[in-house]
Each structure stands twice: as C-alpha cells, then as structure tokens.
Design a protein around this ligand. Structure first.
Ligand code: DC
Length: 233
C-alpha cells in the first residue's frame, strides 16, 4: 500500500525472547508510525486460555491443534484494532487481562510448540500483514511468518534485565512474583521457545540486533522509527 506523505507502508518484523521489551517497543512504534500492531504472542496465549476453558490439556497435542484450527476458522479468535494496540477477542470476550498471567505465559509457550497450532495461526497472522503498515511482534516473524518483511529487528536484553522487567510487570498487575522464580521462568521459557523443533526463536540472518539493556524506550523507538521511515522512502 502506498502512502503519499510517509512513503510505502511496510511490514516490520520484531522478534526476540520474553521480557526483552519487544511488546512495549512494538506498541510505541506502531503508534508513532500509525501502523497496526500484530501481537502474535497474544494469539498463542489465547489458544492456551481457550484450551484451559474447554478442558483440553496443554500437552494434548492433537486436541489443542484441533481447537486452534476451529478458533481460527470460525473466527472465534480475533485481534481487533483498539486505541492502545489490539484487543484480543476469544469467543466474543475481550481476554486481554486473562491471557497476561504467568500461568498463561507458560501455557502459551507449551501450546506454541505444537506444529498444528502454529499452522492454524499462520494464515491469521499473514492476513493481517497483507495490506502492509503492520508491526508484527513474536518469535518467528522474520523467519517464518513474514520472511520477506521489509524491515526486521531482533530485540533482546540481558537475562537480569529481562527477569527484572517481567517481575515488575507482574507486580504492577497485582500478581505475586519474586525475582528468583521469575528469572527461572524466563530461562525455562527461553529454552522451550529456542529448542522446539518447529519455528524456534532464532535471530534471522537479515534482522538488525537491538539490545535494550540500559536504554530507554523512547530512545529505542526513535532509532527504530528512523530506520523504518528510511526504508519506506
Ligand atoms: O510474546 P509473548 O510472551 O506474549 O509470547 C507467549 C509465548 O508464545 C512465548 O513463550 C512463545 C510463544 N510465541 C511463539 O511461539 N511465536 C510467536 N510468534 C509469538 C509467541
């Protein structure tokens, strides 16, 4: 899609591990550029929540894959544009808060390792990017979902910084959290996300590395915005 004032509207891929600051950066960047935010982690979280609600165990690979296919086909799982990012709608309900718990983080990481789940969500993600003007954020965006994205970033930070951010996030939401167990959870998720056989978390060869440790969000967003705007010219 062509925008006469700001140049082409691009597909921007942002990948990286949990707690690296991806979501915050992706959200701010989308707002700054007037792009749609595609939070793909929210889709995996919603599948984990749907499985729990329907009594399907997260390690029941066939059951969860069947459920994911049904959710995607029947439009029972949708991402809708909202003033501050996206609204995650599952069975007609806004599940934005319910999918952000530590339990659903683990559930999402588990169900996202199921090939049938990834396949079911692939088309849903690609359909959002078709028009351009999208910031897609996840683990396999630059490698699998949009391998020909116009701009790719791999956002990371040290394990200490990531654990501290995650802990603060959970506490701010009124959940119980201590640094030691959050650190262990982040390491476990890293391992699960990086070592799975299907679409593992990986730095795409053509992705720019962005280390957010010790940097402010506004500083990083300004840098990424410049890069995207230059590419759009
Ligand atoms: O980004 P997040 O914490 O909301 O993601 C939750 C889980 O979903 C994460 O542990 C890995 C998985 N995920 C994935 O496998 N692929 C994506 N594109 C996005 C998330």
């Amino acid at each position: 899609m062509i925008d006469c004032v700001h140049g082409r509207r691009l597909v921007v891929a942002i990948d990286g591990p949990a707690g690296a600051g991806k979501s915050t950066i992706a959200g701010e960047l989308a707002r700054a550029l007037g792009y749609v935010l595609l939070d793909t982690g929210a889709l995996y979280r919603a599948v984990a929540l749907a499985a729990q609600q329907q009594g399907v165990a997260w390690d029941d690979t066939e059951g969860v894959a069947r459920l994911a296919v049904r959710l995607a086909r029947a439009d029972e799982l949708r991402l809708e544009p909202a003033p501050h990012g996206v609204r995650v709608v599952l069975f007609g309900d806004d599940v934005g808060a319910a999918i952000r718990t530590a339990e659903m983080s683990m559930g999402a990481s588990r169900v996202s390792a199921i090939p049938g789940v990834r396949a079911a969500l692939l088309e849903l993600q690609r359909a959002t990017g078709r028009q351009g003007g999208v910031i897609a954020e996840g683990r396999d965006i630059g490698t699998v979902v949009f391998p020909s994205a116009d701009v790719k970033f791999f956002v990371t930070a040290s394990i200490e910084v990531r654990a501290e951010r995650r802990c603060a996030e959970l506490l701010a939401r009124g959940e119980r959290a201590d640094l030691q167990s959050v650190r262990a959870e982040v390491i476990a998720r890293d391992r699960q996300d990086s070592e799975r056989s299907v679409a593992p978390l990986r730095h795409a060869d053509d992705a720019r590395l962005v280390d957010t440790s010790g940097r402010t969000v506004s500083d990083i967003v300004a840098e990424l915005r410049r890069i995207v705007e230059t590419a759009a010219r």
